[in-house]
Design a protein around this ligand. Structure first.
Ligand code: GLU
Length: 297
C-alpha cells in the first residue's frame, strides 16, 4: 500500500475515514480506514474521522460508540475533534440556499414508485452503466410543474425532496471553471460528466440534506485534500466534482481502493454479524489475524 510517489497535492495531505453509524463496522471498513490512515502517515499528513449520521432512521448512538471502539482497537489515531454531520445541519442549509439562489434547485414530490412508472411510460430505460443506486434516473416530472400547482402541493403539506437541475447546474459550473475534472491518483485526470445521474436529490424528503451535499461540504470544511474510498463510490465523484465547482470549493485528489469480498465473493455487509469487527474482537481475533483476513499481510 505504498503510494508516496503518487501524491501530487500541494501542502500536507489530509485524508479521512467517514463511516455511517448505521450498523457495526466490518472487515471492509477496517481495510478502508487503514488505507486512508496509511496514505496520511506515509505523507506525514493528517488523518481525520467523520461520523456520517444524517440518516436519523438508521443511525444509532451505540453504533457510533462501536466505531470508536473498533477503530481504537485497530490501532488508528485520528485528529480531534471528530466531525459529526448532525452537528452541521446549518452549514448544509447555508450552502443549499446558495444553490437555490443560483436557481438550480426545485422541489420534487414524486415517490419512487411514481418515478419508475413515469420512466416506463416515457419508455426511457434507466441508464444502465452508471445509475443512481436508489433507482432510475429522474425523468424531471417536477422540474416542469407550474408555480401554482407547486405552491398548492406545498400548502397541502405534501412532502418533497429538493433536486438539482442538472443541465442548468453543469452550464453554470462550466462558467465558473473551464473544465470539470478531478485527479484520480491511479487513473489520472478524469472528466466529470454528472449529467449521467440526472437531477440528483440534494435534500431528502426526510432529511434537509443528502449524502452528496453533506460529504462535499464536510470535505471542504475539514480541508480534506485527498479522498480515499472504495471503488463502489467512484462514480459519485462526477456529482461531487460538480458541487465543488458550484460552491467554489477546491476539488481534492482521489484514490479508490478495491472493495473487499468474502470467500463466497460477496461484499461484506453490516447486516452480516459474523464479519463485524465487534464480533471478531469479541471472538479473540488478533490484529495480525484481521490484517491477514483482509489481505494486508
Ligand atoms: N459514509 C459513506 C459510507 O459509509 C462513505 C463516505 C464517503 O467516502 O463518501 O459508505
Amino acid at each position: 500500500m505504498s503510494m508516496q510517489n503518487k501524491i501530487v497535492t500541494q501542502g500536507p495531505i489530509v485524508t479521512r475515514f467517514a463511516p455511517s453509524p448505521s450498523g457495526y463496522l466490518h472487515l471492509g471498513h477496517a481495510y478502508s480506514a487503514w488505507f486512508a490512515e496509511r496514505i496520511a502517515k506515509e505523507a506525514e499528513g493528517k488523518f481525520l474521522l467523520r461520523i456520517e449520521n444524517i440518516d436519523n432512521n438508521r443511525c444509532r448512538p451505540e453504533y457510533e460508540e462501536a466505531i470508536l471502539t473498533d477503530l481504537t482497537w485497530l490501532g488508528l489515531k485520528w485528529e480531534k475533534p471528530i466531525r459529526r454531520q448532525s452537528d452541521h445541519m446549518a452549514e448544509y442549509a447555508f450552502e443549499l440556499a446558495k444553490l437555490k439562489d443560483m436557481g438550480l434547485i426545485y422541489p420534487c414530490f414524486c415517490t419512487r414508485k411514481e418515478i419508475r412508472r413515469e420512466v416506463e411510460r416515457i419508455n426511457a430505460a434507466p441508464h444502465e452503466d452508471i445509475k443512481d443506486k436508489r433507482g432510475p434516473i429522474y425523468p424531471g416530472t417536477c422540474r416542469i410543474i407550474n408555480l401554482d400547482a407547486l405552491e398548492h402541493k406545498i400548502s397541502l403539506g405534501h412532502p418533497y425532496a429538493l433536486r438539482l437541475n442538472m443541465k442548468k447546474a453543469v452550464r453554470l459550473a462550466l462558467q465558473k471553471r473551464k473544465n470539470l475534472c478531478w485527479i484520480d491518483q491511479d487513473a489520472g485526470l478524469q472528466s466529470a460528466t454528472p449529467e449521467i445521474f440526472g437531477d440528483v436529490v440534494l435534500a431528502r424528503k426526510d432529511e434537509p440534506t443528502s449524502y452528496h451535499l453533506s460529504v462535499v461540504i464536510d470535505d471542504a470544511a475539514q480541508r480534506v485534500n485527498f479522498i480515499t474510498r472504495g471503488e463502489d463510490l467512484r462514480d459519485v465523484t462526477h456529482i461531487h466534482c460538480l458541487l465543488q465547482a458550484l460552491l467554489d470549493f477546491e476539488s481534492p485528489n482521489y484514490r479508490f481502493h478495491r472493495v473487499l469480498v468474502d470467500k463466497a465473493g460477496k461484499r461484506f455487509a453490516k447486516r452480516n454479524k459474523s464479519t463485524t469487527l465487534k464480533k471478531l474482537r469479541e471472538d479473540g481475533k488478533t490484529l495480525a489475524e484481521i490484517r491477514k483476513m483482509i489481505g494486508l499481510l
